[in-house]
Design a protein around this ligand. Sequence first.
Ligand code: KG4
Ligand code: ZN
Length: 350
Amino acid sequence: MIVLGIETSCDETAAAVVDDARRIRSNVVLSQIEEHRPFGGVVPEVAARAHLENADAVIAKAMQDAGVAFADLDCIAATAGPGLIGGVLVGAMSGKAIAMATGKPFVAVNHLEGHALTVRLTDDVQFPYLLLLVSGGHCQLLSVEDVGKYTRLGTTIDDAAGEAFDKTAKMLGLGYPGGPLIEKAAEGGDPQKFDFPRPMAHRPGCDFSFSGLKTSVRRAVETLDRPLADAAPDLAASFQQAVADTLVARTKNAIKMAREAHPDITTLVVAGGVAANTAIGRALDALCAKTGMKLVKPAPALCTDNAAMIAWAGLEHFRLGQSDPLDFKARPRWPLDPDAPAAAFAGVKA
Ligand code: KG4
Ligand code: ZN
């Protein structure tokens, strides 16, 4: 079985071809970072236009790299939400158009499910497992029980973890995107220098909140007794440590919650751009060693947004006999666990 996947829900225009032998035959990702850099964040309208300009060429390259023709495909999968709706529409419409022109089935993929199922492509991980999804758009803990079956254990009630990195980097004058720049600055800093809060750390459950931490960083920046450039490494290191501690504390609770429902759960998967952070990776390693869990982290290129994960999620649905009609409506908000209560201020992040 061979599947083309298309991803356009944020600021990467991506297309990939995967097969049911878990081979990634091609994986093309065109980043829009340069278009958004002057604005210090992703501008939805700029993103949608860039997807429109580049989608055809990115899809053609993915097909060419894989050495397959449309006739060789079993189905076409495209992200249909959640995400920035202008971009989502470009990818979903491209997928539907190819499906219509070739007479092949179309599978509408939930972007979050793409992240959730990636480890079944890369590491053949079996259900159930616990997922910590930490990206610029999402911060959730989910128990992954089957294709299409998720229980959300926790989510952010305000910002996503990556968003906190990006906004903090801006405050520290480091630039965009913030995650890698904070990590780099933190190398020369003292993580104990600033006593930032660990939001929600002692509350029951495993929801997240990062707005209080962000406010503390702002206050520290405003009351510095030395130039910002001098203090930035200490601020970055202290912030990064606070995020790592928070993620560990909330994931520890989630492990307990997941084990109550699934005593056989043994694997913690971490995905999303923030999973690329070495300090956070080390902290989660230590947590897993302590709690007897196995940590699985896909390679950074498959942790961040890509279309191989969309093709794979489409393939998982299609081999169960599931596909979608061409009038499937793109969804700006599409929770993986429809029974989970909406988090008031998290918007599409929940
Ligand atoms: O998964 P991703 O590529 O896109 C989505 O948001 O879906 O994640 C991007 C986010 C950005 O907020 C970026 O600052 C963060 O991941 N990030 C990092 C690191 N690399 C990327 N955060 C912390 N440390 C990093 N090394
Ligand atoms: Zn993503």
